[in-house]
Write a protein that binds this ligand. Structure first.
Ligand code: LCV
Length: 270
């Protein structure tokens, strides 16, 4: 599912499950995580996450077939896709998302969790839980808020509409955009060659500080955390969530009927 190739201290991790649109299945996530560990063990100075595309799709996001229907949190801390996102942020080596094509759902969060993104002009980025009735998770929402600002992040989550590469560049989500043929040279000149020249121990210390500063920049009192979890569990154990998954798999439009007030029953309003 994944090809791992180390060239001149750079670890290229290529998703090769194009026939399944590189859906972030448990197996694919585990193989990418193994690539990250190999990059660290082999003392690489950078990781490049790329994909073999089909129908122009870089990754179709979480494998919808693997979303739980038994009331479990689909985006719990310990699900493989979330573990991959944490590993990308925790590995003290710059991880660059190299995007040629369309990116969907959790794969968009994965790209945003990388340290930098270079994209071809035909790339697009969409976060689509609202299309499936999923109440995303706080850490993922934070990634978008930090990278895009609250307004653009809300637009992406609420509309589930793709952002073009140029729009993503304009809001600072993507570092560089180029025509697909020019992208390899841009990656080498703008990123990999400087990373090979610079001090990896200094970069590791700087990336680890970035991680702590963003991780602890928000502190919610425990009761607010419990309230947040209450909202999420009401949604992912509710009707729209099941309807979102069924409608996708049955290739029909969803019929969402849950109401906002279902989230805030009168007895809980204050
Ligand atoms: C399983 C799939 C998928 C898929 N899983 O080809 O962000 S969250 O919270 O929502 C998070 C939980 C998450 O990441 O959820 C997944 C978010 N992903 C999406 O919303 C993208 C869903 N996929 C699409 O919109 C389309 O498939 C795209 C635009 C990616 C490609 O469209 P295209 O017309 O080229 P098909 O839609 O015909 O898909 C080809 C096959 O791949 C399956 C899809 O069900 C179909 O299967 P069959 O060939 O068996 O009919 N597929 C696509 N995405 N995420 N399976």
């Amino acid at each position: 599912m994944v090809n791992i190739n180390i060239v001149d201290r750079v670890c290229f991790i290529e998703m090769q499950n194009a026939k399944k649109l590189n859906c972030l299945s448990d197996e694919l996530c585990s193989e990418i995580r193994a690539g990250l560990r190999k990059a660290f063990d082999e003392e690489c100075c950078a990781v490049v996450l790329k994909a073999q595309t089909r129908n122009g799709v870089w990754s179709a996001g979480h494998d919808i077939h693997e979303l739980p229907l038994d009331g479990q949190d689909p985006l719990a801390f310990n699900v493989p896709m979330e573990k991959l996102i944490h590993d990308v942020q925790d590995i003290p080596i710059p991880v660059i998302a190299y995007v040629e094509g369309t990116v969907w759902g959790g794969a968009c969060d994965l790209c945003l969790s990388c340290d930098m993104i270079v994209a071809s002009t035909n790339a697009t980025f969409a976060i689509t839980p609202a299309k499936i009735g999923i109440p995303y998770n706080a850490s993922g929402i934070m990634h978008f808020m930090c990278q895009l600002g609250p307004n653009k992040a809300r637009e992406m989550f609420f509309t589930a509409q793709p952002l073009t590469a140029l729009e993503a560049l304009n809001v600072g989500m993507v570092n560089h955009v180029a025509e697909i043929d020019a992208l390899p040279a841009l990656l080498e000149e703008k990123m990999l060659n400087p990373l090979r020249r610079n001090s990896i121990i200094a970069i590791s210390a700087i990336k680890s500080q970035f991680r702590l500063l963003t991780k602890y920049s928000v502190s919610l009192p425990p009761e607010e955390l419990e309230r947040l979890h209450g909202w999420r569990s009401k949604v992912y154990s509710g009707r729209d969530y099941k309807e979102g998954i069924s409608s996708f798999l049955e290739k029909r439009s969803p019929n969402f009927i849950s109401k906002s007030k279902d989230l805030f029953p009168p007895e809980e309003q204050h």
